[in-house]
Design a protein around this ligand. Structure first.
Ligand code: GLU
Length: 515
C-alpha cells in the first residue's frame, strides 16, 4: 500500500467556517492515524472570488487549532508549489491531452449566447437547462464549427473556454467511504468548463490534476462536493488515471442547532456564538466589510475546541468524551463518521471548554490573575495567584472569567446580597462572627483547616450550629451567599483581612440584624 496522503484544499475566499476546520481536522487525524502526510493546498484559481488576507486567516486558524500540515505553501515538500495560482502552467498539458483525445472541446459562446440557450430551454420546459451532450450541438464550439473556423477564432484572439465532453449515456459509480456506492447517470452532468478564458483552470480540473500529481490517496471533504465527485471520477478516467484514483469520503453537513439546514454565519450572529475559529473582517455577501467572530477571541482553548469539533459527525463508539489530540488520532476512523448531518450545540462547546480549563495546571492559569490584578492596581504573588486559580478554575467556563471571580480577593465587597442579609444576618450569627473576627485579628496567618477549627471553637463557645452562621460569614467576606470553598478564601485572604471584613460587615449591616 502506498503511503496515505490527504489534503485540505481551501479556497481563500473569506473566513474559514468551522465546517472547514472539521474537514481539516478529520484529514489531519486520518493522516496521523495511518502514518501518512497531511497537506495544505491553497485553491486560488478563481480570481473573482479571491479575498485578500483570507489565506493568512486560514493559516493562522490552523495554527491556533494545532492542525499543522506536513506540506504546505509555507513548508513545501516535494510536490509543490502548494498554491494553485503558482501551478497555472502545469494544467495546460492536461487540457491539451483531453482536447487531443476528443474528451474536451473549445467553446466560444458569448455570455449572451449562453443566456439565450438557457432561455430557449426554459421556454421548452426543460427542467434543468444545461450545456450538455444534447445542447452542445447547437452552440458555438469545436464540435459544431469547422477546424478552420476554430483555428481562425483562436488565432484572432476570440475568447474561449475548454469544456469537458461528458458522455451522453453512462453510469458513473463512486464508492464513497462514508456513503457507500453512489451511482450517477452522466446525462445529469453538464459539460463543465475545465479551462477559463483567462487561461486559468477551473476548480474541477485543477483539483483532480493536483490530487493526482500530489499523490493524494484519500479525498476527505464536505458533503457539498459530492455532486462534483462523478465529474471528478470521469476526469480521472479521461486522463488515464483511473487506477490511481483516490478514495472519496464526503463528510456530513454541520446543521443549525434545530437541525433545519446548514449552519451559517447568520445563525451564529443571531444566536450569539462564533461559527469561525478566529476573528476576521472580510467582505460579506453584499461586498461590505463584515466581522466574523472567532472561538479564539471568545475565550475558547484550542484543545477543547478541537475535541468539540471532532465530535461533530464522528464518535468513538464509547462513552468517553474527553480526547486529547493524540487520543483522537489513536481512535479516529472514517467508518465511525456519521452519514447524517451533525446538529451544532454551543452548550457542548462551552462544556468542553470548562473541562479543559479544569484540567489546565494552576500555574498556567495564574498569569491571568496576576495580569488582571496588575491592571486593576493590585499586587498578587505567584503563589497566591496559583491558590486562587485552583479555587476558581472549576467554577468558570472561560479563562477571562477567572479575573472577574478573583476580584473578591483584592477588593472589599461592594455590597451585600440582600436576600442573604434578610435570611441569614441574625443576632446569633453576628455574635459568632464578632468572636471569630477578634480571634482572627490576632493571628498573622492561617491555613484552611485552622480557619475551620477556629470557627468551630467560636461556635462551641455559644452553642450555635455551623449551618446557622456559614452563609453570614461568607456574606461578610465576599458579599455573596455562594462561591468557592470559604475556608480556602480565608487562607488566601489572611486572618487580618478577614477580621477587617467581618468588622466592616457588622458595622454596615448593624441596622439589619434579624433577631
Ligand atoms: N477548494 C475547494 C473548497 O474550497 C476544495 C474542495 C475539495 O476538497 O475538493 O472547499
Amino acid at each position: 500500500m502506498s503511503q496515505v496522503r490527504v489534503r485540505f484544499a481551501p479556497s481563500p475566499t473569506g473566513a474559514l467556517h468551522i465546517g472547514g476546520v472539521r474537514t481539516a481536522l478529520y484529514n489531519y487525524l486520518f493522516a496521523k492515524k495511518n502514518d501518512g502526510k497531511f497537506i495544505l493546498r491553497v485553491e486560488d484559481t478563481d480570481q473573482s472570488r479571491y479575498v485578500k488576507g483570507a489565506e493568512e486567516y486560514i493559516k493562522e486558524s490552523l495554527e491556533w487549532c494545532g492542525i499543522n500540515p506536513d506540506e504546505s505553501p509555507y513548508h513545501p515538500g516535494e510536490f509543490g508549489p502548494y498554491r494553485q495560482s503558482e501551478r497555472k502552467d502545469l494544467y495546460k498539458q492536461y487540457v491539451d491531452q483531453l482536447l487531443e483525445n476528443d474528451l474536451a472541446y473549445y467553446a466560444f459562446d458569448t455570455p449572451e449566447e449562453l443566456d439565450a440557450m438557457r432561455e430557449r430551454l426554459k421556454e421548452a420546459k426543460v427542467h434543468n437547462p444545461q450545456y450538455n451532450s444534447i445542447t452542445r450541438m447547437q452552440m458555438s464550439n469545436s464540435l459544431t464549427l469547422s477546424a478552420e473556423d476554430v483555428k481562425s477564432k483562436i488565432d484572432s484572439g476570440v475568447p474561449y473556454v475548454v469544456r469537458i465532453k461528458v458522455p451522453a449515456k453512462e453510469d458513473i459509480r463512486i464508492n464513497d467511504l462514508i456513503r457507500g456506492w453512489v451511482k450517477v447517470h452522466s446525462s445529469t452532468i453538464d459539460d463543465k468548463v475545465l479551462m477559463k478564458s483567462d487561461g486559468m483552470p477551473t476548480y474541477h480540473l485543477a483539483n483532480v490534476v493536483d490530487d493526482h500529481l500530489m499523490k493524494i490517496t484519500h479525498v476527505i471533504r464536505g458533503e457539498e462536493w459530492l455532486p462534483s465527485a462523478p465529474l471528478h471520477v470521469l476526469l480521472y478516467k479521461f486522463l488515464g488515471w483511473e487506477e490511481e484514483m483516490p478514495q472519496f469520503a464526503h463528510l456530513p453537513l454541520l446543521l443549525k442547532p434545530d437541525g433545519n439546514g446548514k449552519l451559517s454565519k447568520r445563525d451564529g450572529d443571531k444566536l450569539g456564538f462564533p461559527v469561525f475559529p478566529i476573528n476576521g473582517d472580510f467582505p460579506g455577501k453584499d461586498g461590505s466589510l463584515e466581522h466574523f467572530s472567532g472561538y479564539r477571541e471568545a475565550g475558547y482553548l484550542p484543545d477543547g475546541f478541537i475535541n468539540f469539533i471532532a465530535f461533530l459527525g464522528w464518535n468513538p463508539g464509547t462513552e468517553q468524551e474527553i480526547f486529547s489530540v493524540p487520543e483522537l488520532v489513536e481512535n479516529f476512523s472514517l467508518e465511525r463518521i456519521n452519514k447524517a448531518g451533525a446538529k451544532f450545540d454551543i452548550e457542548k462547546a462551552k462544556w468542553y471548554n470548562q473541562q479543559y480549563l479544569k484540567s489546565t495546571p494552576e500555574n498556567e492559569l495564574a498569569n491571568y490573575i496576576i495580569n488582571g490584578s496588575k491592571e486593576a492596581g493590585f499586587e498578587c504573588s505567584e503563589s497566591t495567584a496559583i491558590k486562587i486559580a485552583g479555587l476558581l478554575k472549576e467554577r468558570v467556563t472561560f479563562i477571562h472569567e477567572l479575573w472577574d471571580d478573583a476580584k473578591i480577593f483584592f477588593e472589599l465587597p461592594e455590597s451585600y446580597d440582600d436576600k442573604v442579609v434578610k435570611k441569614k444576618w441574625t443576632q446569633e450569627a453576628v455574635t459568632v462572627l464578632t468572636d471569630y473576627g477578634t480571634t482572627l485579628g490576632s493571628l498573622d496567618s492561617i491555613n484552611s483547616e485552622e480557619a475551620k477549627s477556629t470557627l468551630e471553637q467560636s461556635l462551641e463557645k455559644f452553642g450555635i450550629n455551623i449551618g446557622r452562621v456559614m452563609q453570614a460569614l461568607r456574606l461578610s467576606i465576599t458579599g455573596a451567599g455562594g462561591g468557592p470553598d470559604l475556608m480556602m478564601i480565608i487562607e488566601v485572604l489572611g486572618p487580618k483581612e478577614v477580621s477587617k471584613r467581618i468588622e466592616i460587615a457588622i458595622d454596615t449591616l448593624a441596622e439589619r440584624v434579624k433577631s
